[in-house]
Design a protein around this ligand. Structure first.
Ligand code: SAH
Length: 262
């Protein structure tokens, strides 16, 4: 059974360093260790250290980056936690499904990011569009917004539960052969090609947008949510590296042909 270090927690623009410390503590309690902070308001911080208690090493090796895109560059699966439903619906996971998906994909060699938003305003639309899935903790509808570190705890606990269930299953498998059924359902676990990383996908969207402009399909001054919808479309399938090479090849050929005509 693999460890949980292929699953990272990403906190976007956290304003209260105490929440960063409390999130680190929740992570260590649940066996996670990779923390990335996107433009935190105050870090390093003594308040964070105090709230982290015995999870200090997680703060010490936390990565600090400028943008969420930077944080996701090496990730193959991105799940964003959001208390609210947004204007354009997005593929959703329950916290329990998130646990299974994250653990399944990390066992298959993927790199997973679980993304949490600002205390006051959560994740913005652009950030939510960088996610394959959104997860909503089904809290009291009259007050559904959890404290940031409490939300991190709920999600990390679901990851832990799925991790323990998978460990249990693989130790029982040798004797009984059980557990195969579930494996076959999760296609990407037995895939022949690695899945693409966030960085490769961002290059693809930039290339796609360039070509859509060049063929006069897309007007950046009147975008009508085209790229937003393209992101949602391609996020619904998990593209592998071979498929990405083909897509990029098609775009490059279109560009060559346009130049020839000129
Ligand atoms: N007021 C903000 C909520 C911020 S809470 C808003 O309405 O969006 C800080 C972060 O904790 C959120 O961005 C989200 O990542 C997480 N969070 C809080 N409550 C949640 C819930 N019910 N489900 C999923 N994530 C939640």
């Amino acid at each position: 059974m693999e460890s949980l270090d292929r699953i990272k927690i990403v906190l976007v623009s956290t304003s209260h360093p105490g929440n960063i410390g409390a999130a680190a503590r929740a992570m260590k309690n649940m066996g996670l260790s990779e923390l990335t902070l996107v433009a935190p308001a105050e870090f390093p911080s003594g308040v964070a250290v105090g709230r982290a208690a015995s999870a200090l090493e997680i703060l010490e090796k936390a990565r600090v980056v400028e943008t969420l895109t930077d944080a996701l560059a090496d990730c193959t699966l991105v799940i964003g936690a959001s208390a609210r439903r947004r204007s354009i619906p997005w593929p959703m996971l329950s916290p329990e499904q998130l646990g299974e998906k994250a653990v399944g994909e990390s066992a298959a060699g993927g790199r997973i990011a679980l993304v949490f938003g600002r205390e006051d305003s959560g994740l913005n639309n652009e950030e939510l569009q960088l996610c394959h899935f959104h997860v909503q903790i089904p809290a009291n509808p009259d007050y559904s917004s959890l404290n940031l570190a409490a939300a991190v705890m709920v999600i990390c606990y679901e990851v832990r539960k799925a991790y323990l269930a998978a460990a249990d299953q693989s130790s029982g498998e040798g004797q009984t052969g059980r557990g195969r059924e579930k494996e076959e359902i999760r296609l990407e676990e037995n895939w022949d090609q690695p899945l693409v990383s966030g960085e490769q996908v961002e290059h693809f969207y930039a290339h796609l947008e360039r070509v859509l402009v060049a063929i006069d399909f897309h007007d950046p001054d009147n975008p009508r949510q085209l790229m937003h919808r393209m992101r949602r479309l391609f996020n619904r399938i998990r593209i592998d590296e071979m498929e990405m090479n083909i897509l990029r090849g098609i775009l490059t050929n279109i560009e060559f042909n346009l130049k020839d005509r000129e």
